[in-house]
Ligand binder design. Structure first.
Ligand code: 13P
Length: 249
């Protein structure tokens, strides 16, 4: 039985004051669910220190939204895996569709980032997802398979078990359009099958999160699907009550 995992992706949102209120709201509302689900927030890098301060010794983990493939040096603006670890991060998102779209990240680069994260002891959350054009052309499976394949090839078999996958259809992100539970389940089942080609055992244990307009009112039905092991939440992660409602679902 896979434990559910709910991750809030704050994207480029937050302020010290707003974060303090949001984090304390989450922590105080969480008390009774931690034996059934894991929970984390992935925050802009400047707020990692605040997470470390406010979430230490709570059931809420934290992480980054991206990392560099380099260890250190002349890479202005980038954040190294060791820096995330330095601030107590457990998770890091890699290959979010916004990174792929606005920063030209290829699946090969995303795979390298996952390898670097794993080597530093971080759990990479590898994000894949098709655009509306991909879906309408009937290419959903081919696209998400290709995005995942690069990572499956790059990650050593003994490390694959630490990976979390996230299926985020691009057309559902921030649009209020959610994949139906059946559509999401189909994609998740397909992705698990891709992982199974490398290791059936790992595929069985791997947590695959759904992301894309997951809200309190649709989370229950999505999370009830056999292959949906949690959520990667954008907008609804910015309100403690909504994020908690999804975790409770
Ligand atoms: P929304 O929940 O705002 O659609 O964002 C999803 C997402 O991109 C999480 O990474």
């Amino acid at each position: 039985m896979r434990r559910k995992l709910v991750i809030g992706n704050w994207k480029m949102n937050g302020s010290r004051a707003a974060n303090a209120e949001l984090l304390s709201g989450i922590v105080s509302g969480l008390k009774d669910v931690n034996d059934r689900a894991d929970c984390a927030v992935c925050v802009p890098a400047p707020y990692l220190a605040q997470c470390q301060q406010e979430l230490n010794a709570t059931p809420v983990a934290w992480g980054g939204q991206d990392l560099s493939i380099h260890a250190s040096g002349a890479y202005t603006g980038e954040v190294a895996a060791s820096m995330l670890v330095d601030f107590g991060a457990s998770y890091v998102l890699v290959g979010h569709s916004e990174r792929r779209a606005y920063h030209g990240e290829t699946s090969e680069l995303v795979a390298q980032k996952a390898v670097v994260a794993l080597a530093a002891g971080l759990i990479p959350v590898i994000c894949v997802g098709e655009t509306l054009a991909d879906r309408e052309a009937g290419n959903t499976e081919a696209v998400i398979c290709a995005q995942l394949q690069a990572a499956l090839e790059a990650i050593p078999a003994d490390r694959l078990a630490q990976v979390v996958l996230a299926y985020e259809p691009v057309w559902a992100i921030g649009t209020g359009k959610t994949a139906t539970p059946q559509m999401a389940q189909q994609a998740h089942h397909f992705l698990r099958g891709c992982v199974a080609q490398k290791s059936a055992d790992v595929a069985d244990k791997m947590r695959i999160l759904y992301g894309g307009s997951m809200k309190p009112d649709n989370a229950g039905e999505l999370l009830a699907q056999a292959d949906i092991d949690g959520g990667l939440i954008g907008g609804a992660a910015l309100k403690a009550a909504d994020f908690l409602a999804i975790i409770h679902a």
